[in-house]
Design a protein around this ligand. Structure first.
Ligand code: SF4
Length: 65
């Protein structure tokens, strides 16, 4: 199982995470990336690592639990 988070100190609101893995990420009202409620485990999405790679500032953290 994965543990997914967005480092909001680093995020610049580019939105690539939500575009790449819309089942796991969204953007908050300020445009910053956020993990969808209940999807903190990554929901088994194969797009997770791609989303982490797509983030231009490496704000997407994926830890294997
Ligand atoms: S891709 Fe990275 S910078 Fe863009 S919204 Fe997602 S976490 Fe933030």
């Amino acid at each position: 199982m994965s543990r997914v988070s967005v480092d909001t100190d680093v995020c610049i609101g580019a939105g690539q995470c939500a575009l790449t893995a819309p089942g796991v990420f969204t953007q908050d009202e300020d445009g910053f990336g956020a993990v969808l409620p209940g999807r903190e485990d990554g929901d088994g999405s194969p797009l997770l690592r791609e989303a982490a790679r797509a983030c231009p500032v490496s704000a997407v953290r994926v830890e294997e639990a």
